[in-house]
Design a protein around this ligand. Structure first.
Ligand code: HEM
Length: 472
């Protein structure tokens, strides 16, 4: 191919395009389509779309040629009412200014300072579980991730708006549930779901406006880098004129949603996977138990097994199953010509499950991230699958890549590891839900409770009555 051929189009229905296939199983659709080539066409209600699953083409879009792509119309049509002109959707100079103003909230030392809250909340979660109880890992992780985010990034004020946030989150999940074909339509169409979504979003924005106003009223910080939390950084950036009042609220909402459900899902899948692999769970427990007390962010460098457990959960079940770009000019990708203005879909889900890059991709196997080194084991290799270095860099991209990679990546990786280590020091998990069923909304969500049974580590586990009733 010489860069003038159009990508293959395995076909869809006139008008509807591939909506039906996407609605019945979006994750399977992405997986199947990626089997047709590195760049493959599909259509959604007449919108020309391309699934890009060749890792080198993904690297070009996100990193090497990033300035030839924007987030584009589609994410804005879908998410504009929620995220406004916040960091996630902003483009060009406005995005650059915001990212520069906000980045200090995610510097290493600032993120490390959130560690205490991450550990303390995980400890409280473990302590709330009775020995042998069946718990819904998804519900527990959602509660956990919300409180951690509220405490460390947005200040405790947001906790009083818990119910408003929960209702908005519910409306968002319904709005973006890809099983409903109308979820592919813009939010301004007055469907009942869209109306409910709008109402709850307005309530949320009102609540956030109140939280922001309270913070501004009391001694507003003026140096973004010196603020105690993200809200302080945002308020300081607004005081300096780097954000206007609407952008300030847009960003508070953006961070609440970009940072809450994604981390909750990452933790849910890590706990589910570890419950299902008792041998590896025992090794992670041994690593965490050998620490001098509950983990600190600095300890994480010495925890290759824990890190592998989390990285592999994010490979197996990437919380963000796909995200989008739009070329601003015709581009050549994987040898094909792709026109300007179309939707490009980049899907961690499809690429993480591609047998060309991953041995036995459907199996959760954290060992693939480990290698033996003199005196022990280290994180950073994949055996017996292709080794890091042999595998293209963008065969794994749960946090996106390039200048617009997830600004919360360090926060999330620290949070997930601290939570897993703190929990596993106290409980041993056994699977109850054994057949995880997923559905694609804006994120990769479980289709129901994800049950695990938690046995307290304080109890002599061998004396346990093996016939205890499952209290589901
Ligand atoms: C496991 C947890 C997480 C995952 C899997 C995840 C994934 C992602 C991905 C794939 C992107 C890139 C989207 C794109 O390029 O279109 C992204 C961007 C973003 N994420 Fe995360 N994220 C996580 C946690 C967080 C947290 C904890 C926060 C904040 C506290 C956060 C805030 C953001 C923001 C603001 C952006 C937009 C950045 C920009 O465009 O400059 N995320 N995330």
């Amino acid at each position: 191919m010489d860069g003038t051929t159009r990508p293959p189009d395995p076909g869809g229905l006139p008008v509807l395009g591939n909506v039906r296939e996407l609605a019945s199983d979006a994750l399977g659709f992405y997986e199947r389509r990626s089997g047709h080539g590195g760049v493959v066409r599909y259509d959604v209600f007449g919108t020309e779309s391309y699934l890009v699953s060749d890792p080198e083409a993904i690297r070009r879009v996100l990193v090497a040629d990033h300035d030839r792509f924007v987030k584009g119309e589609m994410p804005r049509e879908q998410l504009g009412g929620l995220l406004g002109d916040g960091l996630f959707l902003a483009e060009g100079e406005a995005w650059r200014e915001q990212r520069a103003a906000i980045r200090s909230a995610f510097f290493r030392e600032r993120v490390a300072a959130y560690g205490d809250s991450m550990v303390e909340r995980a400890r409280a979660t473990a302590e709330s579980w009775e020995d042998g109880a069946v718990v819904d890992a998804h519900a527990a992780s959602t509660e956990y991730a919300f409180v951690v985010l509220a405490e460390s990034l947005l200040g405790t004020d947001i906790e009083r708006e818990r119910e408003t946030v929960r209702e908005a989150a519910e409306a968002i999940t319904e709005r973006f549930d890809m099983r409903r074909p109308t979820s592919f339509l813009p939010e301004w169409l007055p469907t009942p779901t869209n109306r409910r979504y709008r109402r709850r979003l307005d309530a949320l924005r009102e609540a956030i406006r109140g939280v922001v106003a309270d913070r501004r009223a009391v001694d507003p910080p003026t140096d973004p880098a010196a603020a105690d939390d993200l809200l302080g950084t945002l308020v300081a950036a607004a005081e300096l004129g780097a954000l206007d009042d609407d952008e300030l609220v847009d960003n508070a909402v953006t961070f609440l949603f970009a940072g809450h459900e994604t981390s909750a899902l990452g933790l849910t899948y890590a706990l589910y996977c570890l419950a299902d692999t008792p041998d590896f769970q025992a090794r992670v427990h041994a690593e965490a138990a050998a620490l001098d007390g509950d983990p600190t962010p600095a300890d994480l460098r010495e925890c290759p097994l824990l890190t592998a457990a989390v990285d592999e959960a994010l490979r197996s079940y990437p919380p963000v199953h796909s995200f989008f770009r739009e070329p601003t000019e015709p581009v050549s990708l994987d040898g094909y010509r792709v026109p300007a203005g179309v939707v490009l879909t980049l899907s961690p889900w499809a690429v993480h499950r591609d047998g060309r890059w991953w041995d036995d991709p459907e199996t959760y196997r954290p060992e693939r991230w480990l290698r033996d080194v003199e005196g022990g084991i280290a994180h950073g290799d994949d055996r017996p699958g292709p080794a890091i270095g042999e595998r293209p860099e963008y065969a794994y991209f749960p946090f996106g890549g390039g200048p617009r990679h997830c600004i919360g990546m360090r926060f999330a990786r620290q949070e997930l590891r601290l939570a897993v280590a703190t929990l596993l020091r106290r409980v041993r998990l056994e699977p109850v839900t054994t057949d995880l069923s997923l559905r694609a909304s804006a994120n990769t969500r479980p289709d129901g409770p994800v049950r695990v049974r938690a046995f307290s580590r304080d109890e002599p586990l061998d004396d346990r009555d093996p016939f205890t009733k499952v209290d589901e």
